[in-house]
Design a protein. Structure first.
Lengths: 109, 115
């Protein structure tokens, strides 16, 4: 079946440093979604990417969808303590949405 | 702002007992999902409803889990009998369109502990 892998599993950064998480799918995706889950909270939708090579920005967050539509990345510029949480990608392939294992971001003030 | 409601927020039970979780999606959302999230992992889809119909329950352990959405609004997920390995967060989500093309709104979840 479809598998979605995320790396790294954990990331500690100093406040102000950049952060990137990578998402890789075993199959070609029709689209990919990103969610953020704060500690003790529930996943909250961030963005959806549909087109090959698509890049979208939300303030300090940059999302990319690979040309082959099998990978994606989320980059945060100049992290802040409010960025703490786990970031999940969720890939759609063949009418099935599969979440990655997530990358847990910890930010030291 | 409209939210997905879930109850209870926490449930502690002994193995072999029955448990039930309730979810009320955002008003007007036709699609409802139940997920299981084990600590440190991503959500895993258990069942998807479109109105009152099940459209995907391929990952639902049907020997012990059941789900219903009788009037196409709120939904109940039941486990009987509960096993130790069922300890997890059970998340409900809803969307206005089928999952492939629309964001999902998650509820606060029910944290289940099976002793």
């Amino acid at each position: 079946g479809q598998q979605v892998m995320q790396i790294p599993q954990y990331q500690h950064v100093q406040e102000g440093e950049d952060f990137t998480t990578y998402c890789n799918s075993s199959t070609t995706l029709s689209n990919i979604q990103w969610y953020k889950q704060r500690p003790g909270g529930h996943p909250v939708f961030l963005i959806q990417l549909v087109k090959s090579g698509e890049v979208k920005k939300q303030k300090r967050l940059t999302f990319q969808f690979g040309e082959a539509k099998k990978n994606s990345s989320l980059h945060i510029t100049a992290t802040q303590t409010t960025d703490v949480g786990t970031y999940f990608c969720a890939g759609n392939a063949g009418n099935m949405l599969t979440f990655g294992g997530g990358t847990r971001l910890m930010v030291k003030p | 702002e409209a939210e997905v409601a879930q109850s209870p927020r926490y449930k502690i039970t002994e193995k072999s007992q029955a448990v039930a979780f309730w979810c009320d999606p955002i008003s007007g959302h036709a699609t409802l999902y139940w997920y299981r999230q084990i600590l440190g992992q991503g959500p895993e889809l258990l069942v998807q409803f479109q109105d009152e119909s099940v459209v995907d329950d391929s990952q639902l352990p049907k020997d012990r889990f059941s789900a219903e959405r009788l009037k196409g609004v709120d939904s109940t997920l039941k486990i009987q009998p509960a096993e130790l390995g069922d300890s997890a967060m059970y998340l409900c989500a809803s969307s206005s369109m089928p999952r492939e093309w629309d964001e999902q709104f998650f509820g606060p979840g029910t944290r289940l502990t099976v002793l």
